[in-house]
Design a protein around this ligand. Structure first.
Ligand code: AHM
Ligand code: MG
Length: 337
């Protein structure tokens, strides 16, 4: 079988957008390049003792950076150099990063991202991810503004994630289905490995941090009990799988079916995950694969963002499972929120 690289695929798909000048294609390519650099560093994470701990100087005399800071810098540098985007919002930066230079002066996109999600998993050799979301700017010229990011998730023109797992994969959508590419390190290319990804209507896995059970809304508690009940027809009990990297949990559920939930808890009364650069892009991808994503009641992509780092409860995955938990929420938790 002939291999198709991410670069080739992006160029082919440009024909779907007859008036496009290729900016979005180039922006996606830039994300792919930064992803390869981050992949290289993530895969060296266990060598920190040999090469130098973070904050120290390694044997080459270079400062060793924490990987989430490193990833942030790589993606920002790739986007600044590419010139297709006029502002960046990142989980790592309180304020948005305006991009103004010769190449970006006609840029029409802004990018929101979580450069290294689940970064506490790095130290224990468990999967982490990058999440990104692309919007068309609404400001008129110059560097992008906060308003460019405060658009509903339905306005995204592209979204993707990279999972640094047993292999590194890039999965993205531009609103015409979802495609997954696996990095072949021997040739240094992302190769199309998962064309037209679809999520099962009803999975057999639920992913939630059950350690917080006592703090969950009643609707979520009832759903967890439902997942644990014996029922031959619906193949219950379901399996529980929780990695602690949303990208990894949602990626697994995309491939094998299931639901991921991060509800409100007493520690995180708004939920923990961030609407603009975590939940919106993941929701766009999962919806494009036939799944659903809500805050327990409303569709994530319809929520109106008020601030860049806003949090939301998050229920995402196989559509029938998201509907079932929504019914439990409506019945038992509607007054609690
Ligand atoms: P981070 O952005 O600080 O890395 O946190 C986000 C992560 C998600 O990837 C993961 O699903 C969740 O936080 C885990 O949180 P918890 O340890 O509370 O279950
Ligand atoms: Mg995060």
């Amino acid at each position: 079988m002939r291999i198709k690289t991410l670069g080739q695929f992006i160029i082919e798909k440009q024909a779907d957008f007859p008036y496009s000048k290729g900016e979005l294609s180039r922006l996606l390519r830039d994300m792919g390049i930064a992803a390869k650099i981050v992949h290289r560093e993530v895969n060296k994470a266990g060598l920190a003792d040999i090469l130098g701990m973070t904050g120290e100087t390694n044997i080459q005399g270079e400062q060793v950076k924490k990987l989430d800071i490193f990833a942030n810098e790589q993606f920002i540098a790739a986007l600044q150099a590419g010139g297709e985007c006029c502002a960046i919002a990142s989980e790592e930066n309180e304020e948005i990063i305006p991009v103004v230079n010769e190449v970006s002066k006609n840029a029409k996109y802004v990018v929101a991202m979580d450069p290294l999600d689940g970064s506490s998993n790095i130290d224990v050799n468990v999967s982490v991810g990058t999440i990104f979301s692309v919007y068309r700017r609404i400001s008129l010229a110059g560097a992008g503004t906060n308003e460019d990011f405060l658009q509903r998730g339905t306005e995204q023109v592209a979204a993707g994630y990279i999972i640094y797992g047993s292999s590194t994969m890039l999965v993205y959508t531009t609103g015409k289905g979802v495609n997954g590419f696996t990095l072949d390190p021997s040739i240094g290319e992302f190769c199309l490995s998962h064309p037209n990804m679809k999520i099962q209507k009803l999975g057999k896995t639920y992913s939630i941090n059950e350690g917080y059970y006592v703090h969950f809304p009643d609707g979520v508690k009832k759903f967890i009990k439902y997942c644990q009940e014996e029922d031959v027809k619906s193949h219950r009990p379901y399996s529980s799988r929780y990695i602690g990297s949303a990208v990894a949990d949602i990626h697994r559920n995309l491939i094998t079916g299931g639901i991921f939930i991060y509800p409100i808890t007493s520690q995180n009364p708004q939920g923990k995950l961030r609407l603009i650069y975590e939940c919106n892009p993941l929701s766009f991808i999962i919806e494009q694969a036939g799944g659903k994503a809500t805050d327990g009641f409303k569709r994530i992509l319809d929520l109106e963002p008020k601030s860049i780092h806003q949090r939301t409860p998050f229920f995402i995955g196989s559509p029938d499972m998201v509907d079932i938990v929504r019914d439990f929420m409506a019945k038992y938790s509607a007054v609690n929120v």
